[in-house]
Design a protein around this ligand. Structure first.
Ligand code: RIB
Ligand code: CA
Length: 320
């Protein structure tokens, strides 16, 4: 087997962040150098607690966890307790890890990002933006910066056009996009193709991990039902891990993009410049964006790694 890919995972756990951690820690193809936590779905303290406890559940209690930014660069914090639950993991109750969290996630990113290290960022991009400000050119040194965030042609989930991670810290998103890194964007355009209906969760073979998946997803499912949305969970953050593990499962396109940071209705929105003008006039940065997924094959990979069970054959694969 080739040498494992060295990664840092930046999270705001968050139910799908937790599922992404279960998936990443189960793969022998990833060497997780550390997990950095950012305020997002839940405040930093809660997210840090969740990261420690999910890693303990995963049998990866030795993975270092670092506390990062407790608020966005500019705007006021906006959490998503209505989706992820009061404590960020739905209705799940986890055993408490006694592992300590370390301080200074930004310092860890500055120290460890290198040409043989990738970052998988699945929360607001505050930690990455602060690291780039502290060390200009840092993100461009990484092997790859994989970001779950944004919406290219898909509607937003936090405003008409803005996806939550970019909505929660638009200034950070703009600075990371502009950092000239080897950036891969995992936007709602692809993650909304990977929705797991509540019925599919209920059909999974019982285990500790499947029990966690079901309990953690309850609030997301009931929020979808209450708002006339999808009665299930979209595996936003696990798709970003899926790209790192099996890029052949996804299709990509390149788009010139920038991130709006102003406007009550537009802040956090990805602005795509599809004009065909000479490069000097093109606005934004040319970025690789995931646009499609082999959903069945991805769900098989996710289920085998994150849940330790095979995805039920013929089970509803996904729906928006
Ligand atoms: O828009 C989806 C993203 O926002 C996911 O990372 C989810 O965890 C929330 O942070
Ligand atoms: Ca997240």
């Amino acid at each position: 087997m080739a040498n494992p890919q060295r990664v840092i995972i930046d999270v705001d756990p968050g139910v799908d962040d937790a599922l992404a951690l279960l998936m990443a820690t189960a793969s022998r193809e990833l060497e997780i150098l550390g997990v950095t936590v950012v305020s997002g779905n839940v405040p930093l303290d809660t997210g840090t607690r969740n990261a420690l406890d999910v890693l303990f559940l995963a049998g990866a209690g030795d993975v270092r966890v670092f506390r990062g930014a407790d608020r966005p660069l500019v705007r006021e914090p906006v959490h998503t307790r209505e989706v992820h639950g009061e404590r960020g993991l739905g209705s799940a109750e986890l055993l408490r890890s006694d592992a300590p969290a370390e301080e200074n996630a930004v310092g860890f990113l500055v120290d460890r990002i290198a040409p043989d290290v990738s970052v998988i960022a699945v929360g607001p991009l505050t930690n990455l933006a602060q690291a780039e400000r502290e060390c200009p050119g840092l993100l461009a040194r990484a092997r790859e910066i994989v970001v779950m965030g944004g919406a290219i042609r898909a509607p937003g989930n936090s405003s008409p056009g803005a996806e939550y991670n970019f909505f929660a810290d638009p200034h950070a998103a703009r600075e990371v996009v502009a950092a000239n890194a080897n950036l891969t964007l995992v936007p709602l355009d692809v993650t909304h193709q990977v929705g797991v209906p509540a019925g599919a969760i209920a059909s999974l073979e019982e285990s500790e991990r499947v029990r966690f998946f079901e309990q953690a997803s309850r609030v997301v499912v009931s929020h979808g039902k209450a708002t006339g949305g999808f009665e299930g969970i979209h595996l936003h953050d696990p798709v970003a891990v899926g790209w790192a593990l099996a890029p052949e499962l996804f299709s990509t396109e390149e788009f010139w993009i920038d991130v709006e940071t102003t406007g009550e209705l537009t802040s956090g929105q990805v602005v795509v410049d599809e004009r065909r003008v000479d490069e000097a006039k093109q606005r934004g940065v040319l970025v690789r964006c995931l646009t499609g997924a082999r959903v069945s094959d991805f769900l098989t990979l996710f289920s085998n790694l994150a849940l330790g069970t095979s995805w039920p054959q013929g089970e509803a694969r996904s729906s928006r």
